[in-house]
Design a protein around this ligand. Structure first.
Ligand SMILES: [Zn+2]
Ligand SMILES: [Zn+2]
Length: 353
């Protein structure tokens, strides 16, 4: 098998060749048909998250081991199954849920493997899909993609479930009756707009500093697009929401966007932080009670959410986000383009043409 691996933080991925593994126990081997390139891969590649004030969270100290094959948005064809893998047929094309925990602790048993303290996330802690093949530990992480193409379905594994889980954290009454403010109109932002519409949401007000991305957000159906770098951006959001936002989803997570999100909230509003750009905010503590505000973090999504997301997509169609396919050999270029902010929508690597 072939893979493109991070061997050293920040250095170009290296083309690696090794024997294709044989599945043991409940394992399932996929031949990768589509592997989405996600913004969080850039952080894994760099090896750290910015914590603000010059501090960094080093990922190698958090259990990530090199060399690593990144890629956590994968669709593949089942090519071999372990002796204990049930309900999975060779030849089936499946989306792999990558947010895998130990499978045994109380958190995993209640279905929230994405919050397990001993994660085995594919493409993060275990090898992912920037490769011709990838091993999945159990068939329960595999999902039927119905009539979707592999390239359409792959982004659901991270971009899709991350935004779906964040949108799910908004009260249904708010979602259906109030506009939701979504900061960031990259791949995640466009996915959020598309899924919000499928969930019968009232409308998305998109915020981005890049006019090209704002235009893409408007095309994707945002009811308004606000320049997040404008001096009066918070005021503009308050005006557009007629008094302040009930729900803001911050897909960037920088000091500036988190502050903007907080400033734009109405009394009783909720800020959901998803993005891992890095930074920090200072909030006077009396504001929490006085403004009755909620700040909630949201990290990818759970297995039950993946099931619900795929049910939604089967019923209402794939989110129409722009997807561009590139060969696996382009992995380095795709990452560099994403880092440079040159990509609108999603790039999906296609190893098995
Ligand atoms: Zn991702
Ligand atoms: Zn667990």
């Amino acid at each position: 098998m072939l893979s493109y691996d991070v061997c050293e933080c920040g250095a170009p991925l290296r083309r690696m060749e090794r024997p294709t593994p044989t599945p043991k126990g409940t394992e399932v081997l996929l031949k990768i048909k589509a592997a989405g390139v996600c913004h969080s891969d850039i952080h894994i590649w760099d090896g750290y998250y910015e914590l603000g004030g010059g501090k960094r969270l080093q990922l190698l100290e958090r259990g990530i081991k090199l060399p690593l094959t990144m890629g956590h948005e994968n669709v593949g064809e089942v090519v071999a199954v372990g002796p204990d893998a049930r309900d999975v047929q060779v030849g089936a094309v499946r989306l792999a849920h990558p947010w895998i925990g130990c499978g045994e602790c109380a958190v995993c048993r209640r279905g929230e493997e994405n919050l397990c303290l001993t994660p085995r996330n594919l493409g993060v802690f275990a090898n992912g899909g920037y490769a011709t093949h990838m091993m999945v530990p159990h068939p329960r992480y595999l999902f039927d993609i119905g009539s979707l193409s592999p390239a359409e379905a792959a982004p659901l594994a991270c971009s899709g479930i991350t935004t779906f889980s964040a949108l799910r954290k908004i009260d249904d009454a708010v979602l259906k009756n109030q506009p939701v403010v979504v900061i960031g109109a990259g791949g995640l932002g466009l996915m959020a707009i598309a899924l919000h519409k499928k969930m019968d949401g009232k409308g998305v007000i998109s915020v981005d500093i890049d006019p090209v991305k704002r235009e893409a957000a408007t095309k994707a159906g945002a009811v308004a697009a606000i320049d997040g770098s404008a001096a009066d951006a918070a005021r503009q959001i308050v005006d557009a929401t007629k008094g302040g936002a009930w729900a803001v989803i911050d897909l960037v997570g920088s000091s500036a966007t988190a502050k903007l999100g907080l400033d734009a909230l109405i009394k009783g509003g909720k800020l959901i932080i998803v993005g891992l750009f890095g930074g920090e905010v200072t909030v006077p503590t009396p504001f929490f009670p006085m403004r009755a505000m909620t700040v909630q973090g949201s990290y990818v999504g759970s297995l039950p959410e993946m099931r619900d997301l795929l049910a939604l997509v089967r019923e209402k169609g794939a989110p129409p986000i722009p997807v561009r396919t590139r060969p696996l050999e382009d992995a380095n270029d795709a990452l560099n383009d994403l880092k440079a902010g040159k990509i609108v929508g999603r790039v999906v690597l296609t190893p098995a043409a």
